[in-house]
Structure formats: C-alpha cells, structure tokens
Design a binder for this molecule. Structure first.
Ligand code: 13P
Length: 288
C-alpha cells in the first residue's frame, strides 16, 4: 500500500475513540520493527523522523525511500503515514517536496504571531500536495533533538487560533514531557485538555511524550480527543536494554554472534514488543 496522509487516519481515530501510534524511527531495524508490528496488529500507524534522526539516516529522501520500499518488500497492507516530527519551517517544506505524507511544523518556540504565520504557509504548501499538517502550541517539556521545552500548559485561545488555520491535528502542551517523567510529575492536566478539546471543536489532538504515561491516563486522554500519541524513548530504552543483555551475556563472542544481523536481533524484537503494547493500549489494533 502506498503511503497515506494522516488526515483521514486521525479523523477516524478521533471518531472511533482510539489513537494512532506515531513511532519515531532511528534506523533500518527501527523502521522494520514498527512496520511489522503495525501489520501484525492490523493497525494504522505513523512512522516519524525527527530532523536529527533523518540526518543520521542520510536525509529525508533516504527515509522516504526506506519506508516506501520496506512497505513493498515486507508486504505491508495497513495504512502508513510518513511524518516529520518537530520540524522547523525549512524542514517542513523540504519534507513536503520529498514526499513525506505528513509534517509537523513546530513553531512553539517562536513568538506566537510568527508561529501562526509560518504554520499558515506550511498548511497552504502541504495541502496543495495532499500532505497533512500538525502544529504545536505550548512547548512540550523535556528535550527532543536539542529542542528544549519546559512542560508548559498550552493556552486554549492560542490553540483555537492555530486550529482555525486549517491544520489537520494539534499538539498542545498539557503537562506532558519528552523522555522520562520525573518521580514528582503531576500527571497530565485533563482540565487543560478538556478546555482545548472543547474550544478546538473536533480537531484530532496529539499527545507527545508517550513514554511512561500510565495506561489509565492514556485512555482518559483519548476520551478527551487525543487521536495521535508519539512514542520514542521507550523504544530506545528497550533496544538498549536488550542489546546490553545480549553483549553482557557474552553472546556476541559465541560463533557469529558478533554479526549485526544477530547482535541487533534482540533489540529489534524488544522494539516490536513496545510498539505492540502501545498499539494495544491506544486501541488501534484491528482498526486498519
Ligand atoms: P517520548 O520520547 O517521551 O516517547 O516522546 C516522543 C515524542 O513525543 C516525539 O515527538
């Protein structure tokens, strides 16, 4: 199946009260693990690259080629959207040109008027090519590829203004954080989410920082309009842990255990386990 934009996928998720998992990829193993997991769960999926991960993988064109060719060679039939995660203006335009089917323009660190202006321009250019657009209001806490936020709560009025530009889905800070949540984390602000959901009237909402959010909070967020949930760090932890166990147990020293096709196997399987568990939690299995 060819790559699809995320617009219909997320409208269906919102209407059906589930969320599509948006998993960050970092390399070939990651990409295979995400695609196979979605296929095995019969779930629509978003596979996303940060600007840094795309650079690491050889550029946006390479990412697009890897994903499209794997869809074909692995026989993937579930809907897949290739999305730019936390893109700046330049990256968003480049991804639209290269053939990503979805882009996030993250202008949350810009003065609000500039965020609005640039988002409007990205929407016009993206929609002309059938590409879906995510925007962000109120920076997400933690650190993502050098973009550091403080975990603020988004202003619902600003959310409404940006939603009215015709973006397809909206990321809004509701106390969520990229990476590990601190032990004293207050949890998601459901009152803020409720307010944003009411004022933006039906636009699918995006929850960043999916790593470490307890299942009940995930489910409550979905009930309040969240239709896309981003997960990155948890896959990285699982990959690192499984790879460490393999090496520490000396398996790389037995036979051809040093061969990357063996060495990276447990880590890849660990990513699959995380992706499948999240798909289950998000309610998107058998929604392809
Ligand atoms: P985590 O790394 O916390 O899962 O967040 C991922 C994310 O939100 C990517 O934009």
């Amino acid at each position: 199946m060819a790559l699809v934009s995320a617009t219909q996928m997320l409208k269906d998720a919102r209407d059906g009260k589930y969320a599509v998992g948006a998993f960050n990829t970092n390399n070939l193993e990651w990409t295979i693990a995400i695609l196979q997991s979605a296929q095995e769960m019969n779930a629509p999926v978003m596979i996303q690259t940060s600007m840094g991960a795309a650079k690491y993988m050889g550029g946006y064109k390479v990412c697009k080629a890897i994903v499209t060719n794997l869809i074909e060679s692995l026989g993937i039939t579930v809907p897949v959207a290739l999305h730019l995660d936390h893109g700046d203006y330049k990256a968003a335009l480049e991804c639209i040109e290269v053939g990503y089917t979805s882009v996030m323009f993250d202008g949350s660190h810009l003065p609000f008027e500039e965020n609005l202006e640039k988002a409007a321009d990205v929407v016009a250019k993206a929609h002309a090519k059938g590409v879906s657009v995510e925007s962000e209001v109120g920076s997400i806490g933690g650190e993502e590829d050098g973009i550091i936020g403080t975990g603020e709560l988004a202003d619902p009025i600003e959310c409404k203004k940006i939603a009215d530009l015709g973006i397809d889905f909206l990321a809004a800070g509701i106390g969520n954080i990229h990476g590990a949540y601190p032990a004293d984390w207050a949890g998601l602000s459901f009152s803020t989410l409720k307010e944003i959901n009411e004022i933006t009237a039906g636009i699918p909402l995006v929850l960043h920082g999916g790593t470490g959010i307890p299942e009940e909070q995930i489910k409550k967020a979905i009930a309040l309009g969240v239709a896309k949930i981003n997960v990155n760090t948890e896959c990285q932890w699982a990959f690192a842990e499984a790879t460490r166990t393999y090496v520490e147990s000396g398996k790389d020293k037995i036979g051809k255990g040093f061969d990357p096709r063996q060495l990276l196997g447990p880590g890849t399987a660990a990513i699959k386990a995380v992706v499948k568990e999240k798909i289950e939690w998000f309610g998107s299995s058998n929604k392809a």
